[in-house]
Design a protein around this ligand. Structure first.
Ligand code: PMT
Length: 397
């Protein structure tokens, strides 16, 4: 059955590329319905899109669409995908906060279809903490971002904020339309983020994991129809809507949360950066320089349980266990050693350090098996999440 993309078009100079996106989707056999913001019509007349679509263009919330008085609801129901390209900072903020004051934002709030956003704005607006927070909020809800490019901007600045290339937007949209619910009926368990091991009420041992990788895997699995349990250490990311969230602090708490969910899981992906050790005697009061120098300068450590190894050691044949390996050298060899030592089905090896891997939006990994490995190009963590689930699903079947 022909798929429908509701293409939300907002008011910025990159709007002319929306015509190329529309044509690209049409060439791929997709039906496109355009909804414009009022500001968008200051840049391009709706007639342009009407000519390309040979269908009416929706703009105002109270436009009298012939025979269709509640336009936003019908548009929302028709969408197999709601794509906003280009998306201004203003509209992104409205979507993040559930504001529905025009046809585009009302339709976005009313649709149950997946949503994809291709941002386009000045570099300073893009980098502004408010915009970045709105992006993280939307990502945590499963909204897919087609990342803005870097380069010369219409306003004369140079930097990130250029609308992605129309071909890339079309490719991402097609991929989302084709994502089948191939994980329906499956339970995917994901660990994410760091663990935090207290020294005293003020100090702790931890690491640089942001949780982005694990949260992306949880979102991707949900989008593919899975039941998802996400066990995460302390991260600055909002809940993944639809996932059973278990927020923990220490490795021992993570072990207990994983232990409770593991036996029911079909696929378990251990992306968390679990601290290998914890202070043996965490102090209930803040240690004082001087008086407590001995305790502060010589912190005795106790080894934490290896959660991946423990679970892989008891997995049933029909379960798939995917581990990670964060390495600063010899990624494949070290990942293979972990694969064998921990009895995982596959290890996702990644080079970390010097700003790589931890907290980035992109990563470059290698899938490591006992007898082969498969290198993946640098990609955003949403695409990486799908690649990992594709691999695990193949092993499951
Ligand atoms: O969260 P991000 O900011 O997106 O960063 C992603 C990441 C860099 C954290 C991720 O890609 C990654 O590499 N995660 C694994 C980090 C880690 O702990 O690697 P490791 O080589 O130390 O551990 C190997 C495997 O054993 C991992 O699957 C880990 O979850 C698991 N492990 C390790 C120690 C332990 N006590 N229990 C475990 O389960």
């Amino acid at each position: 059955m022909q798929k429908t993309v509701v293409l939300g078009v907002t008011g910025c100079v990159a709007i002319y590329k929306a015509c190329e996106v529309l044509r690209g989707l049409q060439k791929a056999g997709v039906r496109v319905k355009v909804v414009m913001t009022k500001n968008a019509t200051e840049f391009i007349q709706p007639a342009m899109f009407r000519a390309l679509m040979r269908e009416p263009v929706a703009v105002g919330l109270f436009d009298d669409a012939p025979g269709d008085p509640i336009h936003h609801i019908s548009l929302a129901k028709e969408a197999d995908l709601f794509l906003v390209a280009p998306c201004t900072a203003n509209v992104m903020a409205k979507l993040a906060h559930g504001i529905a004051d025009d046809l585009l934002t009302t339709t976005a709030l009313a649709t149950t279809a997946p949503i994809a956003i291709a941002p386009a704005m000045n570099v300073n607006m893009y980098d502004h903490v408010a915009t970045q927070e709105n992006m993280q909020t939307l990502k945590a809800r499963g909204v897919r971002f087609i990342d803005a490019g870097e380069g010369y901007l219409a306003c004369g600045d140079v930097g990130r904020g250029r609308l992605a290339e129309p071909d890339d937007i079309v490719a991402a949209a097609i991929e989302m339309l084709e994502v089948t619910h191939d994980l329906a009926g499956k339970h995917v368990l994901v660990t994410a983020g760091p663990t935090v091991e207290p020294i005293d009420p003020a100090r702790y041992i931890s690491n640089r994991s942001s949780g982005k990788t694990g949260f992306a895997i949880a979102r991707a699995a949900l989008n593919r129809g899975a039941k998802v349990t996400l066990v995460t250490g302390p991260v600055a990311l909002g809940d993944v809507e639809g996932a059973d969230m278990a927020r923990v602090t220490t490795a021992l708490q993570m072990r207990d949360a994983v232990d409770a969910a593991f036996d029911d899981a079909d696929i378990a992906v251990f992306s968390a950066a679990v601290c290998d050790a914890r202070p043996s005697n965490p102090s209930k009061r803040k240690l004082k320089k001087g008086a407590d120098d001995e305790a502060l300068m010589h912190i005795e450590l106790t080894e934490n349980p290896d959660i991946l190894a423990t679970m892989a050691g008891r997995k049933r044949p029909e379960q798939v266990v995917v581990g990670f390996a964060a390495e600063t050298e010899n990624v494949v060899a070290n990942a293979r050693a972990k694969l064998e030592r921990k009895h995982a089905d596959m290890i996702v090896g990644n080079l970390v350090g010097e700003g790589r891997g931890f907290a980035t939006d992109e990563n470059e990994v290698v899938f490591v098996y006992a007898d082969r490995e498969r290198r993946l190009p640098l990609m955003n963590k949403d695409d990486l999440a799908h690649a990992i689930l594709d691999e695990a699903l193949e092993k499951l079947e």
